[in-house]
Ligand binder design. Structure first.
Ligand code: SF4
Length: 232
């Protein structure tokens, strides 16, 4: 598998995101899905995917702690593209047990408790969403954060035992915004209020102009910890 992944990665490195998507959506039809958190990159990918094959599965995870603006965007995206994006929720027993043990906002207390919350509210539903897939599509970009600087366009996700493709891996923020504007792609209104990367409401805040794109996520933590565990 690794040999194939490496050769696919080499082949597509100088190709466009659309060329990568065209190949994978055809080759892995019904076994591939976009994991969207409704960030700018995921909205770009949704637009590209709908234009290539609108039957492609798109799913998202509702942690129960999202911004109202994100729910509005989910609805808006479904309406605009005539989609019915699948929403996966955490297991109620796991959330209730976490809150019982750590409190409703226990994630502020330590990195461990924060990761445990992400595990319950994000990783659990993600595993269910990925269970029937061979390939998942993600909107990771290398320059988003130090933890993503080695991300490949095509890679083997050894944790989830899936192929993972990151079509926008080499894109800059400017390229993302240009695509959004040129194609009239809907996006979260919070991006116009200083929010660069948007996740759960209690763990995301606006950042200063020219701040790092991930600095508003888990802002109380060290940069090396700024992942929720979805992408290892
Ligand atoms: S981002 Fe915050 S609220 Fe959301 S799952 Fe992670 S720790 Fe919990």
């Amino acid at each position: 598998m690794c040999k194939n992944i490496n050769s696919l990665n080499s082949y597509f490195t100088n190709k466009s995101p659309e060329e990568l998507l065209i190949f994978f959506l055809k080759e892995y039809k019904n076994r591939i899905a976009l994991a969207s958190s409704f960030g700018l990159e995921d909205q770009v990918l949704t637009d590209m995917i709908v234009k290539i094959d609108s039957d492609t599965a798109i799913f998202s995870i509702d942690t129960g702690r999202l911004f109202p603006e994100t729910y509005f965007l989910i609805d808006n995206t479904n309406r605009m593209y005539n989609l019915n994006i699948s929403i996966f929720f955490p297991e109620n027993n796991a959330v209730e047990a976490y809150i019982k043990q750590n409190g409703i906002n226990g994630f502020y207390d330590s990195v461990e408790k924060r990761k445990e919350c992400c595990k319950v509210r994000k990783i659990g539903p993600l595993l269910r969403a990925l269970s029937n897939l061979t390939v998942w599509i993600c909107g990771l970009r290398r320059i988003q954060t130090i933890t993503r600087r080695d991300v490949q366009m095509v890679e083997w996700d050894s944790v989830n035992k899936l192929i993972k493709i990151n079509p926008l891996v080499y894109w800059t923020e400017k390229e993302v915004w240009n695509y959004i504007k040129d194609n009239k792609v809907p996006y979260n209104v919070l991006h116009k209020k200083g929010f660069l990367s948007i996740g759960c409401q209690p763990c995301t805040r606006a950042v200063a102009k020219n701040g790092n794109i991930r600095s508003g996520r888990w802002w109380w933590e060290n940069f090396n910890h700024k992942e929720c565990g979805l992408h290892k």
